[in-house]
Design a protein around this ligand. Structure first.
Ligand SMILES: NC(=O)c1ccc[n+]([C@@H]2O[C@H](COP(=O)([O-])OP(=O)(O)OC[C@H]3O[C@@H](n4cnc5c(N)ncnc54)[C@H](O)[C@@H]3O)[C@@H](O)[C@H]2O)c1
Length: 251
């Protein structure tokens, strides 16, 4: 796709699932990848997959919910690649999947910290590099839980609604300065995060199977959209959250 060759991409949570698939797809388009994850082992596995296929990647460990860790991680990427062209805020966790009055404050803080504050922190510390060049793309992985309430629970639903708002604000603040921000709202995709959900009787089984596509999503479905949105071909797309859900939320 146009505009991905030799671009430097920082992807958070790229040691597993959607982040790993997006990292390998972007590397296949010629981008150089900083594979960031809290789980160094997972990040190194992703790097091995990319380098085995002839791509350029390195692993960086950090916690997106911690400002000092994000600052040091961004500095490491800048030392290694010299710049950051594309930021994919993908790292995410789910909470306790309980009704509001049963959710602990710890779970609220944990999920909001990773899923929402993490997007704020990584954007905050990468944006100066993009501003200096007058160019950049920020892609946030939200969820269909950024559009509606569901069995994913209050912490996740609130955080992902927050990410859709944060994406609009990023577009509002920086679109005219050359930084394009956009989000993706996946339905249920088969990854380690959802391994207990994607079975008969799981919390989203009916919603998924009754939808037009009638199947769970695959990481590649999302990774191809990440590539398109990161490319110059999506140049007119700003601030929205694009659902990719097999049609599960059309009604
Ligand atoms: N899989 C789905 O059905 C689905 C649907 C909608 C949205 N999403 C979103 O997609 C993103 C990726 O999910 P996935 O399904 O690939 O999950 P996953 O669990 O397979 O991968 C998430 C990765 O994030 C990393 N991570 C967690 N906390 C971190 C932190 N504080 N700092 C750095 N890295 C951290 C984990 O180590 C893991 O490697 C998440 O934001 C998730 O909310 C997933």
């Amino acid at each position: 796709m146009k505009g991905l060759q030799d671009k430097v991409v920082l992807i958070t949570g790229a040691g597993s699932g959607l982040g790993r698939e997006s990292a390998t797809e972007l590397a296949g388009e010629g981008s150089r990848i900083a594979v960031m994850d809290m789980n160094l082992e997972g990040a190194l596995e992703t790097v091995a997959l990319i380098t085995k296929a002839g791509g350029d990647a390195f692993a960086v460990q950090g916690d997106v919910a911690d400002g000092a860790s994000v600052q040091s991680m961004v500095a490491t990427v800048l030392d290694h690649f010299g710049t950051i062209d594309i930021l994919v805020n993908n790292a995410g966790v789910v909470g306790e999947l309980k009704p509001v009055h049963e959710v602990s404050e710890e779970s609220w803080d944990f999920v909001m910290g990773v899923d929402m504050k993490g997007v704020f922190l990584c954007s905050k510390y990468v944006i100066p590099t993009m501003l200096a060049k007058g160019k950049g793309v920020i892609i946030n992985i939200a969820s269909v839980s950024g559009f509606l309430a569901s069995a994913t629970g209050v912490e996740y639903t609130s955080a992902k609604h927050g990410v859709t708002g944060l994406t609009k604000q990023l577009a509002y603040d920086y679109g005219h300065l050359g930084i394009r921000s956009i989000a993706i709202g996946p339905g249920v995709i088969e990854t380690p995060l959802t391994k207990d959900w994607t079975c008969e009787g799981g919390p989203f089984h009916e919603l998924t199977m009754d939808a037009p596509a009638g199947r769970y999503g695959r990481p590649i479905d999302v990774a191809r959209l990440v590539c398109f949105l990161a490319s110059d071909e999506a140049d007119f797309m700003h601030g929205h959250t694009i659902p990719i859900d097999g049609g599960s939320i059309i009604r």
